[in-house]
Design a binder for this molecule. Structure first.
Ligand SMILES: [Zn+2]
Length: 464
């Protein structure tokens, strides 16, 4: 059998996709979008899998766009087979891909408005909303743990990965004309002890492992310390009657922070004050989380059993419409506003930043990774003035950068996840990591287990 790496390789973290081929079957594991800049755009538009219509199946580790965002291209190519995922991943994929389809259409419309004066060919969106709806009909639920047949000679088992609601690591049991092999795809692995979700589970045997390496070179600050810093920032804001702005990704981080606010109010660490979840997508994602309490860890179940979150969050408001969002301007501090985008490069957070960055009593709390070139990165790096909607804004607000709310395992957690697989001496392929991260993890795997991991290039094929 052979496995070709069609994304998240060569030092990239986006575009996760693998083509698995045996003598009897062909399937994809993940089908993610490349994200960030022109090169990503070019990669998304280049054909990535031959005869897509003849694939037997697709397996999804989780719903994030960098693992699902090229699925609608399969619909365009005529693929009509099953896409296997956990039930929660199916719901989240619907939310994320519909949003992606909408953004593609808006971007294309904007680009074409600019091009009307030139003689350029019209800009076509990568895919349409119809492609999205078509592919969503092909999603098939797979329960965790059960062994499921997905293609001729291939059974799979999904287990908890602790990274986002529904996330899984996948083990393939392949019978290729009598030759039996086990291949593990880690997917994205969550940190141990995070709020809400259960910790990642592990496997005991594999002939080959595809391991993510996002934070292969470092550990995060401990979660408890990050919570202390967060509470400290809230206390300052309350004392100064300032607004607390938190740029958040709609899925995952927003639900973590909502739960954390309930916990802070319940433990009386800070007296309740107004909290706004100012993102229609985050509001919908929160509903999906609430429907899947069967995936919560023991602490979360006990916390909810004590009393529902809503009883601690009587001061919280979900602002779905733009009108409601605008009204937040008139709410005096202290209050907390969670809004997308997570890197301050788009979305409603821009309006809140424009209106509040120049005030000394404002606190900006940055809880996620900020890519180079984004407004979020400029603010984290201490810019004294920024431009938002063409307007120059002096930055008087306090900026807090908190490192411990990551949805990814740090280096130690990755190593301990791999430890149970090490005795079976699998071949290890490190993906989904920048060069520094995957090299550091590779050296540690060599030191500890005597293995020589492969750091693949995009398009590289591994034979087994
Ligand atoms: Zn992810």
């Amino acid at each position: 059998m052979k496995i070709t790496i069609l994304g998240a390789a060569g030092g990239e973290v986006t575009g996760s996709a693998y083509l698995v081929e045996t003598q009897q079957a062909r399937l994809l594991v993940d089908c993610g979008l490349f994200q960030g800049g022109r090169r990503a755009d070019d990669l998304n538009r280049s054909p990535f899998v031959a005869s897509a219509a003849q694939l037997d199946a697709v397996l999804l580790t989780h719903a994030h766009l960098d693992h699902t965002g090229r699925l609608p291209l399969l619909a365009q190519a005529g693929f009509s087979g099953p896409i296997f995922a956990t039930p929660a991943t199916i719901e989240m994929t619907g939310l994320i891909l519909r949003d992606s389809g909408k953004i593609q259409a808006q971007d294309a419309e904007r680009a074409n408005r600019k091009r009307l004066h030139a003689d350029d060919a019209p800009f076509k969106p990568l895919y349409s909303v119809a492609d999205v709806e078509k592919i969503l009909l092909q999603l098939k639920p797979v329960p965790y743990v059960d062994l499921v047949s997905v293609a001729p000679g291939i059974h799979v088992r999904f287990i908890e990965a602790g990274h986002m609601l529904g996330s899984a690591s996948i083990q393939l049991f392949v019978d290729d004309n009598g030759v039996r092999r086990q291949v593990v795809f880690s997917g994205d692995i969550g940190p141990k002890g995070a709020l809400i979700l259960r910790d990642a589970e592990t496997f005991s045997h594999a002939d080959m492992v595809f391991l993510e390496s996002t934070y292969g070179d470092r550990d995060h600050r401990p979660f408890a310390n990050t919570v202390d810093e967060f509470v400290e920032a809230l206390k300052q804001a309350v004392a100064e009657r300032g607004k607390v702005l938190v740029p958040t990704f709609a899925v995952g981080r927003a639900q973590l922070l909502t739960t954390l606010m309930a916990w802070i109010f319940r433990k009386k660490l800070v007296d309740p004050f107004p909290v706004f979840l100012d993102s229609p997508m985050a509001i919908e994602a929160s509903r999906i989380y609430a429907r899947h309490s069967e995936l919560f860890d023991e602490e979360m179940v006990a916390f909810l059993k004590e009393r529902p979150l809503a009883q601690d969050l009587t001061t919280m408001k979900m602002t779905a419409t733009q009108e409601e969002s605008k009204q937040i301007n008139d709410v005096p501090g202290p209050c907390l506003v969670m809004a997308a985008a997570g890197m301050c490069n788009a979305g409603r957070i821009l309006h809140h930043l424009r209106n509040n960055l120049a005030k000394a009593e404002t606190h900006l709390i940055v809880v996620g990774f900020q890519s180079y070139g984004t407004l979020g990165r400029l603010l984290v790096d201490g810019a004294i003035e920024v431009t938002i909607f063409g307007q120059r804004i002096p930055v008087k607000a306090r900026v807090h950068t908190l490192g411990g709310f990551s949805a990814h395992a740090g280096q130690s957690d990755l190593l301990s996840w791999f430890a149970s697989l090490a005795p079976s001496k699998p071949r290890v392929v490190l993906t989904h990591g920048e060069d520094r991260a995957r090299s550091a993890l590779s050296s540690l795997l060599t030191q500890r287990h005597g293995l020589t991991p492969l750091l693949p290039a995009l398009g590289e094929t591994c034979e087994l």
